[in-house]
Ligand binder design. Structure first.
Ligand code: 0A1
Ligand code: ZN
Length: 876
């Protein structure tokens, strides 16, 4: 392959030609599908006549081409690896092409492919060019009319975007359905599904009284797993009407579940395609976390109908325009319908672990990148989650009402258009009267800002002086950074009263919980009229995606844990307190000295366990120690084994000292009533299961017995899976093996449960995890061509910190072997799987060398652009 080239945002030009209407006919066949396209093309009004027509096209066999009905001679067009060029075309014309493609050979799962006996499509970002020759860019928007022809017996259901307008029988046992989508859309939102599918149907009455038919299409055996997705869809539709005033705009909304899918789901107009793992649930097969994930993803894809489809992106550099906004919308929805504080804690925990690591590594990029080689590599935590944090800051800066006015303005002004991030932010500026110029740097500057804060209380003057200094570290291609506009929400908690003190800044009274604006490299804020010394509670609710350092003492943290009025910061104080204790223990482990448990952590936990909190969901979070990955994120150099040992030591010390308290919590939160994925039940289950984790960490008789009972009771998958994980991750194979065997036998027929079975065993800390991966790769339920399987087995193993980072390098080697195979089969998944190896700089020298050697071995292959881009950055 020739060396892939980067493309640049600064090179953007509107297309020379646009397509106003697209007529497609698919004659489906696994080995040789024929696609006829009739494009209604016209010259862009801002471009001169006489320019060549350039269409994207990959892996297409051209069968015929004609303009205005006249077949083209061979010297009138040129074909390349990337597409088709016609030097001379009129200003307005009809282009007819026919191509042949082979869905059964499409293992990349982009374009038209097979999943089991079905046909389905994935066109975002640049998959449509594998279906037909087309200007495959989001700023070309057309109405579509699509006829799907297939075998009537094996493909009774033929779906595409919009509304079905005609259907009929054809010779040779074939049939067809024609679909029309009246809303102009970019081709990345095109979809087609054909298969032997069954549907579950429901209805939704929109705010203006229109009836919308809702359908979820699945394979017959999954008909019992759609209730939750349907209920979630209806909730999301209502929420978007009530919260953003957005109404659905077609008479039909369809969701299809497919087993082979690169991502979670896709927002194709009127025909969302879902990874079956992101839509199917049943109390016996899916955990609480899976139920909540499904609810969030169903909402996310639905919300895209406005934030993404009606108003779309001008080019792929603007990806966060639709993704950041839509993630913010789905997070807000999930917070509204579940426990809001827990949702925020979960989102931030994940963000600070995974996005911070991305932002600090060799693939760091701005929320709006200015260049890329392969856009498929940019569906990242930075574009999605950091993009959502930026939108959240905007909402907080301008206030909800102005934000909503800005959102209304954005949707009305740009309806039916392909626009930029500036267009979005300028609506917010216009609606609120705020100047957001400096704020825009959040989109162009990569890296996580670090804030060093310190403060002093002056008794004599009754003043608290808070000094904040910001610095954003260099990232690839961006050595120097400018000061950002960082909103810091804070409170000053009185050390005597334990209450938020009234805040007065520069003579202005700000209430007891306020936002201050850091815009310079360094700024001083003097709060006056404070009768008592405070402990500052900073960046409440994670008010900006920053690392905030403040020299808290352990006493300060214990105080905030007990008194902070902000639930998020109360939780965070507990995490910080545990991290300080963990730091000491990591050092002790490394120096070979005896580990001593910090009594303050024990006392804090005792208070939590015996207190009378009414929020069990938050309590469960507070009792959860920072993950090994998050602890690693705080260390200058990651010592995998020391981190594991230290965390285990803390857990066991707590379990030994507070055994009775944990047991009491476990018993108090047992519940035999029928399973429901509802906030109160979920909270009680998670609290009970956290308690069980502690009890099992010391493997005493009672803990083991409770875990076994819970496993055998088979009450619901949340409890069963948790118990199975604890048994499997224990030191005793006599607990692990029988449970794994029973579970594997029981669920052999259910691929989504088998994925969990794979993950649980390869994430065990015992030394045989890697051997298990190798063994399971030959298991009949595993397949390298199915992304869910790859994630469940290989992806989960790569998160198994002690075993993936084995000192003999076997973990790295296994991952590299898989990446090399996937590079040929599915480049997008291959590129994602490399991530853990790209983080080599965080480890000791021995591991660094081993990881780099594997990256070099990958680099020596004939690489897809996806893998090439990641490996080059990782080794740069
Ligand atoms: N737009 C989808 C994500 C998505 C992106 C690419 C895909 O295939 C390569 C599939 C889905 C979303 O945000 O949900
Ligand atoms: Zn999305």
């Amino acid at each position: 392959m020739s060396q892939p080239q980067a493309i640049y945002l600064s090179d953007y030009r509107p297309p020379a030609y646009r397509v106003t209407h697209t007529e497609l006919t698919f004659d489906l066949d696994p080995a040789a599908t024929r696609v006829k396209a009739r494009l209604h093309v016209e010259r862009h009004p801002e471009r001169e006549a006489g320019e060549a027509l350039e269409l994207d096209g990959e892996q297409l066999t051209l069968k015929s081409i004609a303009i205005d009905g006249q077949p083209l001679e061979e010297d009138e067009y040129q074909l390349t690896e990337q597409g088709l060029r016609v030097a001379r075309v009129p200003s307005r014309f009809l282009l007819d092409t026919e191509v042949e493609i082979a869905p059964e050979r499409n293992t990349a799962l982009e374009g038209l492919y097979r999943s089991g006996g079905m046909f389905c499509t994935q066109c975002e970002a640049e998959g449509f060019r594998r279906i037909t020759f087309y200007p495959d860019r989001p700023d070309v928007m057309a109405t579509f009319s699509t006829t799907v022809i297939g075998d009537a017996a094996s493909l009774p259901v033929l779906l595409s975007n919009g509304n079905p307008v005609e259907k009929g029988e054809l010779p040779n046992g074939r049939h067809f359905v024609t679909w029309e989508d009246p809303h102009p859309k970019p081709c990345y939102l095109f979809a087609l599904v054909a298969g032997d599918l069954k549907k579950v149907e429901d209805h939704f009455t929109t705010m203006s009284g229109r009836d919308v038919t809702l359908q979820i299409w699945v394979e017959e055996e999954n008909l019992g797993k759609t209730d939750h997705a349907m209920a979630s869809l209806k909730r999301a539709m209502r929420w978007d009407e009530e919260t953003y005033g957005r109404e659905y705009d077609l008479d039909l909304f369809m969701i299809v579940a497919v087993n082979d899918f690169n991502m979670g789901a896709m927002e194709n107009k009127g025909l969302n395609i879902f990874n079956s793992a992101a839509v199917l649930t049943h109390p016996d097969t899916a955990t609480d976390a899976a139920f909540q994930r499904v609810e969030g993803i169903v909402a996310h894809e639905y919300f895209h109908n406005w934030s993404g489809n009606r108003v779309t992106c001008r080019d792929w550099f603007q990806l966060s325009l639709k993704e950041g906004f839509t993630v913010f919308r789905d997070q807000s929805f999930s917070a509204d319908v579940n426990s809001a504080p827990v949702k925020r804690i979960e989102d931030v925990s994940f963000f600070r672990t995974a996005q911070f690591a991305e932002d600090a590594g060799p693939t760091a990029h701005p929320v709006r990148p200015d260049h890329y080689i392969e856009i498929g590599n940019f569906y990242t935590l930075t574009i999605y989650e950091k993009g959502a944090e930026i939108v959240r800051m905007l909402r907080n800066l301008v206030g909800w009402e102005a934000f909503r006015r800005g959102s209304d303005l954005y949707f009305s002004r740009f309806d039916g258009q392909a626009v930029t991030i500036e267009d979005f932010v300028s609506c917010m500026a216009e609606a609120s009267g705020h100047n957001l110029d400096q704020f825009m740097l959040w989109y162009s500057q990569a890296g996580t800002p670090e804030i060093d804060a310190h403060g002093e209380y002056d008794y004599a003057r009754a003043e608290y002086r808070l000094i904040l200094r910001q610095r954003t570290p260099a990232t690839p291609g961006q050595p120097d950074k400018q000061a950002l506009h960082i909103p810091i929400r804070l409170g000053l908690v009185g050390t005597k009263s334990g209450r938020d003190l009234a805040l007065t800044l520069d003579g202005e009274s700000l209430g007891r919980d306020a936002v201050i604006h850091l815009r310079e490299d360094e700024q001083e804020f003097v709060f006056t009229d404070l009768a008592e010394a405070p402990v500052p509670s900073l960046a409440r609710g994670f008010s900006a995606p920053i690392k905030l350092n403040f020299p808290y003492s352990r006493e300060d943290l214990a105080f905030l844990l007990a008194n902070d009025s902000d639930g998020f910061n109360r939780w965070d104080a507990g995490q910080r307190l545990s991290l300080l204790a963990l730091d000491d223990l990591i050092a002790a482990h490394r120096n070979g000295v005896e580990k001593v448990m910090d009594g303050r952590v024990i006392e804090a936990f005792r208070t939590l366990l015996t207190g009378d909190t009414d929020d069990k969901a938050v309590l469960a979070e507070m009792l959860t120690l920072p993950s090994e990955a998050y602890i690693a994120e705080q260390q200058p150099l990651v010592d995998v084994d020391a981190i594991h040992a230290a965390r285990q030591f803390v857990k066991q010390s707590l379990a030994r000292t507070l055994r009775d308290e944990f047991l009491a919590v476990y018993q108090a939160n047992r519940d035999d009533s029928p399973y429901a994925p509802e906030p109160d039940q979920i909270a009680a289950r998670s609290l009970k299961n956290v308690a069980l984790s502690y009890l099992m960490s010391i493997e005493d008789e009672e803990g083991v017995e409770l875990a076994q009972q819970q496993f055998e009771a088979e009450h619901n998958m949340t409890d069963v899976r948790h118990a199975l994980t604890l048994l499997t991750h224990s030191s005793r194979d006599d607990l692990a093996d029988p449970a794994l065997k029973a579970f594997g036998r029981k669920w052999a027929h259910d691929p989504l449960v088998m994925d969990q079975w794979f993950s649980i065993q390869v994430s065990r800390p015992q030394a045989d995890a890697l051997e298990r991966v190798k063994f399971l790769m030959d298991h009949p339920a595993f397949s390298l061509t199915n992304p869910n399987k790859v994630r469940a087995l290989i992806g989960a193993f790569a998160q198994n910190r002690v075993n993936f980072h084995r000192l003999d390098g076997e973990g790295y080697k296994l991952l590299a072997d898989v990446v090399i195979e996937l590079n040929r089969l599915n480049p997008e998944i291959a590129a994602r799987m490399i991530t853990p190896l790209t983080r080599w700089a965080r480890y000791d020298e021995t591991r660094q060398e081993l990881m780099k050697a594997e990256l070099e071995r990958i680099r020596a292959e004939d690489l897809s652009p996806n893998v090439y881009e990641v490996v080059e950055k990782a080794l740069a």
